[in-house]
Design a protein around this ligand. Sequence first.
Ligand code: MG
Length: 359
Amino acid sequence: MKRISVNASKTYNVFIGDGLLGRIGELITPALRGGTAMIVTDDIVGPLYLEGLKSALSGMGPYVYTHIIPNGEASKNADNYVALLTAMAECGLTRSDTVFALGGGVVGDLAGFAAATFMRGVGLVQIPTTLLAAVDSSVGGKTAIDLPQGKNLAGVFYQPAAVVCDVALLKTLPESVFTDGMAEVIKYAFIAETPLLERLKSPIIPQLEDVIALCVSIKRDIVCADEWESGERKLLNFGHTMGHAIEKCSGYTISHGHAVAAGMAIITRAAVNAGLCPPEVAQMLEELLLQHSLPIDTHFSAQELASAAYSDKKRSGKNVFLILPESLGRCTIHEMPSDALEEFIAPALGITTQKGGER
Ligand code: MG
């Protein structure tokens, strides 16, 4: 088991290891504050792991309630948020009680936002059940729901009391869900200089615990340096301005990880084209993405992507922030007028440096 300590506005531990769900009692006793627990999960994860979590918590004595939402991004809406707050009120949760988010990014974001805002904040334990949630959304304190106008438009920064990542749960994920998380894993290898890049050339499953721990350490270092995303934390958005644009243009039929993969490849080729990045970096990124069955291009036009990016919350006033690789393991933040974006990305669409790359 690995334990990574996060020293943000709240200090908490991220536990990563095989079979941790059954050991959750001993791991989080210091973090569990009150006598009532509310487990939030979805209708796919719930039947698999809810009973295991309930019995692991039963030895600790809290009264356990459960709240189940439908699986999928569409659940991260205002109606489900209010329904969860209502359930928490009806169950008599107090500020000394704890919400357990058992699921992927959607459950973590919705349960996290409810935990952050119910009575101005109750305890929160994240138990990620997807690779994407394990390496990214469960750590760092971002919580949010979507509005009809866009993703994550209502949310707060709220650090959990603990994150428990049971690697055994991730080894049985459907391939497309695992692949989705690999996009964020590859992202870390390009924003920080660590042994991660070398490791990604070998099969991931046998080294999953180490790979997740490396990703979480990178995220921890960045979040601790800039918890509220005024500077360095923006590096975590590598590939995300284009990725969010692709998700939006597809009507959210393309998943986050797949969109971010294409977004990273496109923005890196654009950086090469602008003379800001050596071509070898783009080539290595594309090779890794293809190796993990992720896309490296999109069929949407530069105009469609630029106009979708304009409504992204990662823009600031009339400018967008782009995270561009400079060399292997090093990215820098570039601020660019929104109306220059279309011209910047146009040469990077439909031309990959790989033979056989997706158009
Ligand atoms: Mg992401």
